[in-house]
Write a protein that binds this ligand. Structure first.
Ligand code: SF4
Ligand code: FES
Length: 483
């Protein structure tokens, strides 16, 4: 590997490494706006300029790559980069002055405050002065559909949002119109971001407060939020997300990019909006027996009295610990069945696609659960070969057809016990019902279709009365379960 020097410190990097990446890996911060690892480079903002020995002008580090070592000196430096010279500082301050020419000083009411690259870089690299005496350009807020709001006054024309709709989501709803001081990001006539199921990503991509989410606007100053690493339970691939929460309330689900994984920068709007479901305050939190509220002990006694053989049905949208403990309730290995067939496809053709909505199918299969075999179980229940059925279920992830089949199984079984987060019609038709914590209220892990283990951590406290599936099973096992 060729050797390079960054601000006098030598290191080795592969040929073709972006100078910006090489600097970042070396712990040297290079400010940038238009560069994004998942988007094509355009080098328009000029914020990432560095000095390279032997080159007459400053170079954009987002488009300059490291070449091989000199032929006449293989041990010599392939490149000498400087990010701390007066010329670089002067260039950065000049770029900041240009970018702020038309930018309003509305940070106190801007939703991006606290997460704004313009704020950060202005503080770190700006000159603190402006020679702009003319009136600033003014636009009104505009809706780009129902989900996204644009404030063109704040836009710095980095084109990240435009490139996203052209290169990643594919709808090309956004474009840059006009020229010079009238340059503006807008939608093609007749188009709206409502037609784009991945539109929310433009808010994350926008380095300033020009694009904001209709849902999150003015709800919470970001510095009050706590951040917990998790996964998107509504994604077919269990995409990594960050849960933003405060005061036991969820405010946002955002993508949590993994190093070197371009496919983890983006999640769908449906996955983003899913946080609202887990904020629901009107959840049933009492154990139920024959539709009446009761104690856990009464449910346990009824379960034990029902006798065996016991079959379990685990929905593959729960974690592996839950799968493991649920499997222990089955009287035989062959009596572990999998469910969950409602597809939430991931469709980002250039990055990732999946048509399977059961994100932990692999984790459940590895623990002996057999999917698409519910007809077999129905036959066994009707033949009297299974006396009790325990179902781990979430109505959000079963199709009407599967719900119908599950319902027939519960109706035919002499005894049934349902574990649910939100009580569904299916849960109400079970003999007994126990309230579960949701994935934001517990820690567990899944193994997605690509065989990747993805963990999620507890973000908020569960409602009183709910327990994790392993905790309920442990309590049931405190006395011997039916064989
Ligand atoms: S709206 Fe945001 S992401 Fe789009 S060009 Fe302007 S600053 Fe860049
Ligand atoms: S980040 Fe390099 S020019 Fe914009």
């Amino acid at each position: 590997m060729p050797k390079i020097a960054i601000n006098g410190i030598e290191r080795e990097v592969p040929v073709g490494t972006l100078v910006l990446d090489a600097c970042r890996d070396a712990g040297v911060d290079i400010p940038h706006y238009c560069y994004h690892p998942a988007l094509s480079p355009v080098a328009t903002c000029r914020m990432c300029l560095v000095e390279i020995k032997g080159q007459p002008k400053l170079a954009t580090s987002c488009t300059t790559t490291v070449g091989p070592a000199p032929k006449d000196n293989p041990e010599g430096l392939a490149m000498e980069i400087f990010s701390n010279t007066p010329q670089v500082a002067d260039a950065r301050a000049g770029v900041m002055e240009f970018l702020l020419i038309n930018h309003p000083l509305d940070c106190p009411i801007c939703d991006q405050a606290g997460e704004c690259k313009l704020q950060d870089y202005s503080y770190n690299y700006g000159s603190g002065d402006s020679r702009m005496h003319e009136t600033k350009r003014r636009y009104r807020y505009e809706d780009l559909g129902g989900k996204i709001v644009i404030d063109k006054n704040r836009c710095i024309h980095c084109t990240r949002c435009v490139r996203f709709t052209q290169e990643i989501s594919g709808g090309a709803e956004l474009t840059v119109a006009q020229r010079g001081s009238k340059l503006e990001v807008t939608t093609y006539s007749g188009k709206s971001l409502d037609q784009n199921p991945y539109a929310g990503n433009v808010v994350d991509l926008c380095p300033v407060g020009a694009l904001t989410s209709r849902d999150f606007r003015f709800k919470k100053r970001v510095w009050y939020l706590k951040h917990t690493p998790s996964i998107s339970r509504h994604s077919a691939l269990g995409s990594p997300i960050t849960i933003d929460h405060e005061g036991n309330q969820l405010f946002r689900f955002r993508p949590r990019p993994l190093e070197g994984r371009k496919d983890t920068f983006f999640i769908s709007d449906a996955e983003r909006a899913a946080y609202e479901r887990y904020n629901a305050a009107d959840r049933e939190t009492h154990p139920r027996l024959k539709a009446a509220a009761t104690s856990f002990e009464a449910v346990r006694d009824a379960f034990l009295a029902a006798g065996g053989p016991v079959a379990v049905i685990g929905q593959g949208t729960f974690g592996c610990d839950a799968a493991q403990r649920l499997g222990e309730l089955a009287s035989a290995e062959g009596l572990r069945y999998g469910s969950g067939d409602k597809t939430i496809p991931v469709v980002l053709p250039k990055l990732q696609t999946s048509a399977d909505g059961v994100l932990n199918r692999r984790g459940f299969t590895e623990r002996g659960f057999r999917f698409a075999q519910l007809e077999e179980l129905l036959g066994k229940v009707r033949a009297g070969e299974v006396k009790a059925v325990v179902v781990l279920h979430d109505g959000e992830f079963s199709s009407a057809k599967e719900e119908n089949l599950l319902n027939q199984i519960l109706m035919a079984a002499p005894f049934s016990l349902a574990f649910e987060i939100f009580q569904s019609d299916l849960g109400r038709s079970a003999t007994a019902w126990l309230p579960l914590t949701s994935f934001v209220e517990e820690s567990d892990f899944i193994v997605n279709h690509d065989g990747e283990l993805r963990r999620y951590q507890k973000a908020i406290e569960p409602p009183k009365g709910t327990r994790t599936l392993p905790a309920w099973v442990k309590a049931l096992q405190a006395v011997p379960v039916p064989a």
